[in-house]
Ligand binder design. Structure first.
Ligand code: FAD
Length: 386
């Protein structure tokens, strides 16, 4: 079994497969998890509109609560709670709230959200949902645990090796090309994040995915930042804030299509315009943070399919080819469940908690899909995912 990509998707799958398969993970980076996995905000978010994303998030949530021995020294997450707010479209998350409550997840509607989250003082939100058990993950600790388990069970990781292409005989994928040599494998899994679509295109397979760039900003120390302050997400306005060190990690949820070049490296820098736009949003949505001193930050790639659901499982058009891709903006949250589902299907087992069809690489996709360049849910732009 050969997995292309040592990000959260690839290493979670490797960890889940290692008890029953010989697993080799290959990554072009000098370190595992150096791309999207190192660029995220680390929020584990179960209150999401889409039922498929929610099925993955709630399943993963159970693993975050009891991850097992490979995380004995460094837990992969901690509970801080979260407040999800809506400034205009206040009914947006209502169904999702009902579903989570039915599953036993604690969700409260807050009349005075600033009492739970002082950074919401003066915020114009019309609806605030508080999830006291929501978590922040540590992606580095997550990866370390997956790697520890993989190695303990005899699996291997090769770094600094770029897969140049998939190797096929007839309509069967039989391995990959690395450094001009054929590396044979009984099955190959594309867990290559923003580069997955290109690998498929190399063997004439159209699997639409769009890498979308988003900014994250760091701030100077700020009096309202506390390690135990819940993370905040104003969903329809497109603004989130998470305590980080003594300041905040902030995003205006901007989206821009941006395909990376071949080879490692997808992190980008911020612009003055981006900082100014975030400043305006803070004034509108989180006035208590409008005086934060923006210090630095980066941009990173979230890779989506056109229906924004992940691409998981066996490829219906190539034997021996599997996918653990398209984790979008939810790959930290969903990593445990993504690895669990694909590993189960590889063993011929079923997953009653997740429909295979809903995430199948062969499902019909629209040719274009909506992104939100300003982060606001009420404005959008159609982009091609091909
Ligand atoms: C700004 C930002 C904020 C985010 N915030 C959150 C959040 O708060 N919560 C959340 O749940 N998720 C969040 N995410 C999403 C999350 O980070 C991703 O969904 C997740 O990291 C994707 O993991 P991956 O393994 O699919 O991709 P990656 O981490 O990109 O891994 C893919 C790997 O494949 C390797 N690779 C690619 N091509 C080849 C090749 N040809 N040969 C060898 N190796 C190859 C790459 O080197 C890379 O290591 C955020 C993402 C970003 C960018």
């Amino acid at each position: 079994m050969l997995i292309i990509g040592a990000g959260l998707a690839g290493l979670s799958l490797a960890w889940h497969l290692a008890p029953t398969h010989r697993v080799l993970v290959v990554d072009q980076g000098a370190q595992p998890g150096a791309e999207a996995t190192a660029q995220n905000a680390g929020m584990v978010r179960r209150l999401v509109e889409d039922p498929v994303e929610r099925a993955i998030a709630t399943r993963s949530g159970e693993a975050f609560a009891a991850p097992g021995d490979d995380w004995e020294d460094h837990p992969p997450s901690r509970v801080v709670g979260a407040v999800l707010g809506l400034v205009e479209e206040d009914a947006q998350l209502t169904d999702a709230v009902a579903h989570l409550r039915q599953r036993g997840v604690e969700v409260h509607s807050l009349d005075r959200p600033e009492e739970v989250a002082p950074a919401l003082r003066g915020s114009p939100i019309r609806q605030a949902w508080w999830l006291p058990q929501e978590r922040v993950a540590d992606p580095h600790a997550l990866l370390s645990g997956f790697l520890r388990g993989l190695r303990r069970q005899g699996g291997a990781l090769r770094l600094g090796e770029r897969v140049e292409g998939l190797a096929q005989e007839g309509d069967r994928v039989v391995g990959v090309w690395v450094g001009g040599a054929l590396l044979r494998a009984g099955a190959v899994v594309i867990a290559a994040g923003a580069w997955g679509q290109g690998l498929a295109a190399g063997i004439g397979l159209a699997r639409p995915m769009a890498p979308i760039r988003r900014s994250l900003h760091t701030t100077a120390p700020h009096p309202l930042s506390r390690p135990e302050h819940p993370w905040l997400w104003l969903d329809d306005l497109g603004l989130y804030a998470r305590p980080e060190a003594e300041g905040w990690l902030l995003s205006g949820c901007d989206e821009r299509l941006d395909r990376p070049a071949l080879g490692p490296g997808s992190i980008g820098g911020l612009t003055e315009r981006g900082r100014a736009e975030l400043g305006h949003k803070l004034e509108r949505g989180l006035p208590a943070l409008a005086d934060v001193g923006l210090r630095g930050g980066w941009t990173g790639l979230r890779t989506f399919t056109p229906d924004r659901r992940p691409m998981l499982g066996e490829d219906p058009d190539r034997q021996g080819l599997w996918w653990a891709s398209g984790l979008g903006g939810a790959g930290v949250t969903g990593c445990f469940a993504v690895g669990e589902a694909v590993a189960a299907w590889m063993r011929g087992e079923e997953t009653p908690w997740l429909s295979r069809r809903a995430v199948s690489p062969g499902r019909p996709f629209p040719g274009r899909f909506l992104i939100h360049p300003s982060g606001e849910s009420w404005s959008g732009q159609l982009v091609s995912a091909r």
